[in-house]
Design a protein around this ligand. Structure first.
Ligand code: ADP
Ligand code: MG
Length: 358
């Protein structure tokens, strides 16, 4: 059992409040991700779990046991540092064995652990090779095996694959996700890459200046962001956020842009949010009435064909919007289009940018 619990934990460096009143539970066997911009407190949270830092306030529990005064060694939590590079002069096998040899683990136990990890990572057949003879993906698997060969209560990873090129990063994150599931270990993972956080984690905690702003499954945070801050962090292109104006008959509309016939729109809404994939774009027929009909007029500002989908930037009223369309639609710059959005897909935000229930 290795769940990790923070109860109202704070940590300052001088006047800098690095982590403020953090409360969360990482469940046993969970892939839990901290996501936030640089300096938001991600690494400090890992160091607090590891025991390299002591909280100024609050309580930390690992496996149900308070650990505020427990040394890092006794916590038995393994930190995987940023660098997943292999030692080039050692075989893959010696690379994987290295952390156990260093800790003077008995030979028979080393054999057993290495065989176990090698089977789970499907690298048994390449262990005799030096890194130079391995493909990029194989090298990553061996490096992950070396990181995982110890048998701790939980693994911590601080942005472990950010140094890799984009393709290897995509490959490696799939491997990591699969490996974590096979090993059945608690993994606390830090990233500043929203796509990585979304794709890899069972749950994500969103950090902002040392504060946890939302915790949830990726799809839950994406579909129901608690604030404009969170809404803008996840999604590419980012959510369109527009000023909200109350029109006739309980209709909520963003000024001069999209008309949303939503009678259930909350009266306190100050801003509305529209995900780019929720904006419908149709050719302008000229029959649309100026204030409604099947869509409001917009001018196509620019078109970015990305193969499987196309990003269209629209000039609508006073605003710029981005729409994400499937495939490669026949839309050109400067064309007039009609844009609309299903009321059910609209996000409403009130005072301080916090999300409102409809
Ligand atoms: P992240 O990992 O999200 O980039 P950090 O946890 O490293 O953020 O840092 C959070 C805040 O704490 C930052 O403002 C950073 O400058 C400060 N900080 C982190 N470590 C130290 C330290 N050892 N001494 C002083 N300030 C620190
Ligand atoms: Mg960091």
């Amino acid at each position: 059992m290795a769940d990790i619990v923070f109860r109202n934990v704070s940590k300052s460096y001088g006047a800098m409040l690095a982590v403020e009143d953090a409360s969360f539970t990482v469940n046993d066997n969970e892939f839990f991700c901290f996501f936030g911009p640089p300096l938001s407190g991600k690494s400090t949270i890992l160091r607090l779990i590891l025991g390299l830092e002591t909280p100024d306030a609050g309580e930390i529990l690992i496996g149900g046991k308070p650990v505020n005064t427990v040394s890092p060694a006794e916590r038995n939590v393994a930190m995987v540092f940023q660098n997943l590079a292999l030692f080039p002069h050692m075989s893959a096998l010696d690379n994987v064995r290295f952390p156990l040899v260093e800790r003077k683990v008995a030979d028979v136990d080393i054999k057993r652990r290495v065989a176990d990890v090698a089977a789970k990572l499907h690298i048994g057949h390449i262990l005799h090779k030096p890194p130079a003879q391995l493909s990029g993906g194989e090298r990553q698997r061996v490096a992950i095996a070396r990181a995982l060969v110890r048998d701790p209560n939980a693994y911590l990873m601080d942005d472990p694959i950010s140094a890799l090129d984009a393709r290897l990063r995509e490959e490696t994150r799939v491997e990591l996700k699969r490996i974590q599931r096979d090993l059945g270990k608690t993994l606390v993972y830090v990233t500043h890459d929203q796509e990585e956080a979304m794709s890899i984690a069972d749950r994500i905690a969103i950090l902002d200046n040392g504060r946890i702003r939302q915790i949830g499954a990726p799809a839950e945070i994406y579909d129901r962001p608690a604030s404009t801050y969170v809404a803008r962090l996840l999604g590419s292109p980012v959510m369109n956020i527009l000023k909200s104006v109350r029109g006739d008959g309980g209709v909520e509309a963003a000024e001069g842009t999209v008309r949303i016939a939503d009678r259930a729109a909350p009266a306190e809404a100050i801003e509305i949010g529209l995900r780019p994939e929720d904006i419908k774009v149709k050719p302008w027929t000229g029959n649309e009435t100026a204030d409604g009909g099947p869509g409001r007029p917009a001018r196509v500002f620019e078109v970015e064909p990305l193969g499987g989908y196309t990003v269209v930037t629209l000039a609508a009223g006073q605003a710029r919007l981005k729409a994400l369309l499937r495939g490669q639609p026949d839309i050109r710059p400067d064309a007039m289009v009609a844009i609309s959005c299903e009321p059910a897909r609209v996000h409403y935000f009130g005072q301080g940018g916090s999300a409102l229930a409809r």
